[in-house]
Design a protein around this ligand. Structure first.
Ligand SMILES: Cc1cc2nc3c(=O)[nH]c(=O)nc-3n(C[C@H](O)[C@H](O)[C@H](O)COP(=O)(O)OP(=O)(O)OC[C@H]3O[C@@H](n4cnc5c(N)ncnc54)[C@H](O)[C@@H]3O)c2cc1C
Length: 401
């Protein structure tokens, strides 16, 4: 895979071309192979909702039985699970953000630069910064190495991923790093082991230098773990006004497949959160991918709504609202993460000029969210029941219009 789909059209093509391989996903997915051909590489597109989770999950069913692609379906909904879990416990994200002020140590800098004692970890650091992607197993090994072998703070490793991953997702990234560190499931850490790496990377692709350091790894067991409480159980959609401006942001670049599909906007803004990318020192490749996906969304929505569309930064929302004399703006609600953190201030600034920001939740997200109150398997069981009965994904006729 040389390039990650950055438009809805190319993402749909990539999904179609993955379907024949999805039948072997369960058997092959753990191997780290050249070009990552055993996995879909769709995560950047799914993360920014060029594709929805449910359309990706449904596509292989045109060719395979539910049981054949069950593992692929489950993996897709891990993303929904993490999102739901974090959205009810926002302080876990706040804790990660609070670690931002700590500078990277010299040791961390050398691990990120791919200058460490274990060749395969150096190659993962290099691949991540060059391509903006790592296979799931490589992410697990690298995070385990960072935390338990290099003994570096987990949140800094997560920040390194945030700078580089095209699919960076506040929930999947933060909670996966916490899981490797032993914070997410108390008592369970994830250790990278030589035997496991040798099993899943073909010998001709694996430089064994330094692997002896992974023969008997010892976990860094966290102390005083507290189970995060659910502090935000209810989350409802706002009312959709008759008319107003439509704000589309990089958290969900596909309003045509949402309850906003039939909204009649008088003006449209598509925005990226470039300030955040500057703040964290995001890689050029991540910035470029995001810009392309935003400009694809702008072209699509202009055609869909037949309204002239502007592209700008989130910080330009007020100026855009003023210029278009808006009293109402409608947007899909961003999940917990950097953009969500800005909402309160944004709403207040707009309210000072009598502009109301209405935040809409996709009904599918609303349905899945409460399933994530505890572990993944109870979540999956509830979802599976709905999938079997044809009650998920929701049909258009039950959308709130
Ligand atoms: C330390 C660490 C950090 C991670 N950070 C991110 C992140 O920032 N963003 C992100 O999208 N994923 C993250 N993941 C999860 C997973 O590694 C990626 O989603 C997956 O590798 C993406 O590649 P793919 O599209 O080829 O996946 P496929 O195997 O083809 O899976 C299809 C889709 O299912 C979802 N998915 C698959 N595995 C997982 C998983 N374990 N957790 C959550 N969703 C999953 C993704 O949306 C993915 O695109 C992280 C995992 C680890 C261990």
């Amino acid at each position: 895979m040389s390039e990650f789909a950055k438009t809805r059209e190319t993402a749909l093509e990539a999904l179609q071309s993955f379907i024949p391989r999805s039948g072997k996903y369960s058997r092959d997915r753990n191997a780290v192979v050249e070009g990552n051909t055993n996995v879909s590489c769709l995560s950047p597109a799914i993360r920014h909702r060029l594709l929805t989770e449910w359309e990706v999950a449904e596509a292989p069913l045109a060719k395979y039985a539910v049981s054949t692609v069950d593992k692929f379906t489950q993996e897709i909904y891990w993303r929904s699970y993490w999102k739901g879990w974090l959205s009810m416990r926002p302080e876990v994200w706040d804790d990660y953000e609070a670690s931002f002020e700590n500078p990277f140590s010299e040791k961390a800098e050398s691990v990120m630069a791919g200058v460490g004692p274990i060749a395969v970890m150096n190659s993962f650091a290099e691949e991540l910064t060059r391509t903006g992607y790592l296979h799931n197993h490589a992410r697990m090994w690298f995070a385990g190495y960072w935390i338990h072998i290099a003994r570096l703070p987990w949140a800094q490793g997560a920040r390194f991923f945030e700078r580089n991953l095209l699919d960076f997702d506040p929930a999947s990234n933060t909670l996966s790093w916490r899981w490797v560190a032993g914070l997410q499931t108390p008592g369970k850490t994830y250790l990278p082991r030589r035997s496991n790496i040798e099993k899943y990377i073909a010998p001709h692709l694996l430089d064994p230098t330094g692997l002896e350091l992974l023969e008997n790894p010892v976990a860094l067991v966290p102390e005083n773990i507290t189970k995060p409480e659910i502090t935000r159980a209810d989350l409802m959609s706002d009312h959709i006004p008759e008319s107003g401006g439509l704000w589309i942001h990089e958290e969900d670049l596909n309003p045509e497949s949402s309850p906003l599909a039939r909204f009649k906007p008088s003006a449209i803004l598509v925005s990226g959160n470039g300030d955040r990318l500057s703040k964290i020192g995001a890689s050029e490749i991540r910035r470029r991918w995001t810009d392309s996906a935003i400009s694809d969304a702008a072209d699509r929505v202009e055609a869909h709504y037949a309204v002239k569309t502007e592209c700008a930064m989130t910080a330009d929302l007020l100026a855009w609202a003023r210029a278009n004399q808006l009293s109402d703006i409608v947007a899909l609600r961003p999940e917990i993460g950097p953009l969500h953190d800005e909402l309160r201030a944004l709403k207040e600034t707009l309210a000072e000029e009598n502009i109301t920001l209405h935040l809409i939740i996709r009904p599918e997200d609303q349905m899945l969210r409460p399933f994530a109150k505890s572990g993944f398997f109870p979540f999956w069981k509830k979802l599976q029941t709905r999938l079997k009965k044809g009650e998920f994904p929701l049909k258009n006729d039950v959308l709130p219009f």
